[in-house]
Write a protein that binds this ligand. Structure first.
Ligand code: HEC
Ligand code: HEC
Length: 214
């Protein structure tokens, strides 16, 4: 009996590990109501007073650091919540510790109201094919199916990927590839990043990334 309990016990532990979900955020009515209560002007004030601008710039475009401008508000809210709940790693974890739901909604409204920088559209045919055709042989869907025709993002958790800082873009892709970032629901981004080569990631960065600051 003891053996059976041990066996059952470890089975349960294994199942629990496998079942760990990538995010606690579901875009149900309650969550959408929280996000809709976000206030652009409050978000702007808080971004200055809580020193978010130090890294993300006054216009959210990062000024040589990570851009947060122009994402759907739902996406921003999800990221902040994921950092807070330990679902996404990185320097942001410390920054979100004291944020309330209202703060997160205000930041979401503010950053979503800001325009993203235009992508450079470099990377040649290699990038264009991946953006618009994908590669059925590797089960690769085109980036544009989820991130929009111009990388502007879509509903809920589909990020805006155009206008991102080039280094940050590459780091994000590497993080999905190496399982350092696992907050993408149903592994949608991990599955893609894992089959892309370094050269392809570079070409995509050249395509989507913003021009560097002078
Ligand atoms: C010390 C620099 C720094 C400060 C200060 C900072 N951030 Fe960040 N933030 C980052 C970095 C770096 C990332 C990229 C995430 C990563 O991979 O670690 C990021 C990511 C984000 C993201 C997700 C962006 C995406 O595209 O996925 C949001 C939203 C965000 N920060 C909001 C904020 C808010 C709101 C504040 C202020 C409360 C803030 N940040 C303060 C450095 C900073
Ligand atoms: C099946 C849908 C899907 C496809 C196709 C897809 N992505 Fe994504 N991608 C996502 C989702 C969903 C997220 C956000 C995950 C999360 O919740 O953090 C994401 C996030 C990202 C991010 C991080 C954004 C940020 O600001 O943190 C980058 C960069 C990215 N994708 C690039 C790409 C590129 C390049 C391609 C094409 C090779 C691509 N994606 C194809 C669904 C997709």
């Amino acid at each position: 009996m003891k053996l059976l309990t041990t066996v059952l016990g470890s089975f349960l532990v294994i199942t629990a590990v496998q079942a760990e979900i990538s995010s606690n955020v579901a875009f149900d009515r309650q969550t959408r109501a929280i996000i809709e209560a976000g206030d652009v002007a409050q978000g702007k004030l808080k971004a200055a007073s809580m020193k978010c601008n130090k890294c993300h710039g006054e216009n959210g475009q990062g000024d040589d650091d990570v851009s947060v401008a122009g994402h759907p508000d739902t996406y921003i809210y999800k990221q902040l919540k994921d950092f807070k709940e330990g679902k996404r790693d990185g320097v942001m974890r410390k920054k979100v510790k004291k944020l309330t739901d209202q703060d997160m909604a205000d930041f979401s409204a503010w950053y979503a109201s800001l325009p993203f920088a235009k992508g450079l559209k470099g990377g040649g045919q290699l990038a264009i094919d991946l953006v618009y055709k994908g590669d059925p042989k590797r089960m690769l869907k085109p980036c544009s199916t989820c991130h929009g025709q111009n990388g502007e993002g879509g509903k809920y958790d589909s990020a805006a990927i155009t206008g991102q800082n080039k280094d940050a873009f590459i780091e994000m892709m590497e993080a999905f590839k190496e399982d350092d970032r696992t907050n993408d629901i149903y592994s949608r981004m991990r599955l893609i990043a894992k089959v892309l080569t370094k050269e392809e990631i570079q070409a995509l960065a050249d395509y989507y990334a913003a021009p560097e600051e002078e």
